[in-house]
Design a protein around this ligand. Sequence first.
Ligand code: GAL
Length: 630
Amino acid sequence: MKRTLGVCYYPEHWPEDVWADDAQRMVDAGLSWVRIGEFAWSRMEPAPDQFEWDWLDRAIEVLGNAGLKIILGTPTATPPRWMLDKHPDMLAVDEQGRPRGFGSRRHYCFSHRGYRDESKRITRLMAQRYESNKHIQAWQTDNEYACHDTTRSYSYAATEGFQNWLAQKYQSPAALNRAWGNVFWSMEYDDFADIDLPNLTVTEPNHPHVLDFYRYSSDMVVDFNREQVTEIRAHTDAPIIHNYMGRETSFDHFKVGADLDIASWDSYPIGFLSDRLEGSQDHKRRFLRQGEPDNQAFHHDLYRAVGRGRWWIMEQQPGPVNWAPYNPAPLPGMARLWAWEAFAHGAETVCYFRWRQAPFAQEQMHAGLLRPDSADAPALAEALQVSREINDLPDVGTAKADVALVFDYESAWAWEAQPQGADFDQFRLAFAAYRACRRAGLNVDIVAPDTDDLSGYKFTLAPGLMHLSDPLRAALTDATALIGPRTDTKSEHLSIPTPMGPNVDGLDATVVLTESLPPDVGVPLENGGQFLHWREVLEGDAPVRLKTTDGHAAIMGDKLRYLAGWPDDATWDLILRDLCNEVGLTHHNLPDGLRIRDTQTHRFVFNYAPEPLIWNGVEIPGAGVHWAAL
Ligand code: GAL
C-alpha cells in the first residue's frame, strides 16, 4: 500500500477565487487528501431548513478536479446559534451545574435526544447529497469527541438517560443497591427515577455510582457516533473515520472504533508535551521543540488497535499551536520526522493541520502549511520532501510486535472514580510501561482488554486493569506476562472481590494491603530502584522474584507474575531486561531521544534529540530519521 499525505482545509474561510490556486499548490506539494466541512454547519444551513449547498458543491468540484481525494466531515461539533433557539436545553452542563454556552465549539450534550436527531438529520442530508460524488473518498464523523472535556454532561437529559440506562442494566433497584453497596450511609434507592448524577454531593459520591455514570457517558458517545455511521452507511461504502485525540480516556475508543472503518488521531507533539504530559523540567526543555519521544508512538500503536489495523493521522502539527501554555516552533525536520514515525507504525495517511493559518478567530496564532499571507510556511517544504520520499520507498508493511500492552478505558474511569492516591492515573501508568519498552527498542502492540489470544507475543504487560475480562483472564494463564499494580483487584462494580485478587489460575499471590505515597517518598527495592506513588503487600506461595528492602515481595510469580507497585524508570528497565532475557529478545538500552521501530521490511531510527546521535555506527542528525532494510 502506498502511504499518502493530506491536509485540512476550510474553503468557507477563504474567498472562492483562491480555491483553485490552493488546490493546485496542495497537489504540487505532493498531497493526495483534503479534509473539509467539519465546522461549516452555519454555512450549510444558515437558518433552520434553509440550505446552501452550492458553495460546498463548488469547493468539492474545484478540489476534486485538481486531483485531490476528499474527506468530508459532518459538522456536528459546531451547531449554529439558531440550534439553541430550537433546543434551548441542548447544552452540556458542567460538574458544578453550569451550562456550557455558545461561542466556541462542542456546545452540545450527547444525551440530548433533540440534538441527536439534528445530528442524524444533517448527516443524512449530506450523505444523500454527496453519496455518488466521486471526489468524496472518505467521511469523518463529528470532530474530536471529548475535546474540551465534553464527554460527561450533568444535564437533565443526561440524568434521565442515565436512569434509563441503569434500569436496563440492573432491572431492579434492589439489584443496583446490592451492586453499589448502597446500604453503606443509607444510600438505598427504591426507584430508578430517584437516582441523580454523581455530582454536587456533600462529600465523595459512591465509586460504582461514578463508574456507572462514566460508562453511561461513554456509551452516549458510542451511540451518537453509531447514529451518524448508520446514516452515512445507508448511502455510501466510502470508509468512515473519526479523529480521536491524544491522552483522552473519557470514552471507550475501542467501542467507537468497532463501528468505523479507520481510526485516526490528531497529533500535536509539542502542544502535548507542555499541555498534558508529566515529565521533569529538564526532559521538557530537551524535547521542547520535538515533543515527548514516546507519546506519538504510543498513540499510533493505540489507534492501530482501535482501527483494527487501519489508522491515519488526521491532524499533524505543522508549526506552533495556539492552545498550550507555551507554544514553541518545531525544530526544522520535525514535521518530516513525525510523518515518518506515523508511517513506520502503520499509518496509511498523514494529514497536516491546516492548509493556511487563519488571520481571524480563535486559532489565528496556529501555524499552517501556508502563512496567513499565503507564502509558504516552513512545514510545506518538509511535507513535499516526505511526499517524494514516500514515492521512492517501497511499501514497508506493518509487523506484528513482540510485546503486547493491554490498555483499558474502563480502568481509567475506575481509578478516576477511586484514585486512592493523587498520582494514580491509568494512562500515566500504561505510558510509563510503554516508555520503558521504547527505551529497550521493543515494538509494542497495544491490545484491547477483551483480547483472548496472546500467543503471538513474547510477553504481555497488563498494568492497572481493575478487573480482567474472562477472555483475557484465560489468555494470561499460559502467557509470559507481568500484571499489576492494581490489576484484577476489583469486581466489575468496583468493590473488593472475594477471594481477593488477583484471581488468575497459576498465580498464587493476593494483594492484602495497599498504600499510596506522595511523589517525593518511594519504597526502596533490593535491586536499587524504588516503587513510587503506589505499593501493595502480597501474600501467597508464588515464588518471590524481587523484594522491597523492608522485606515484602515486589514481584511474585513464574511465567505469569504480579508487580506490587509503581516502578520508577530504572526499575521498569530492569524488569524489561529480565523479561527480554527470559524470552530471547534484545534489550537495546537506546540513547535518550533515539527510538526505533521495525516494519516488515525496514528498521526506522528516529532521533528526537536536538543533537546528532550515533547508533550502530550510523550518525542520525538531530530531529532526523534514518531507515535501512532489515
Ligand atoms: C484539534 C482540532 C482542530 C484544531 C486543532 C488545533 O484539537 O480538531 O479543529 O482546533 O486542534 O490544534
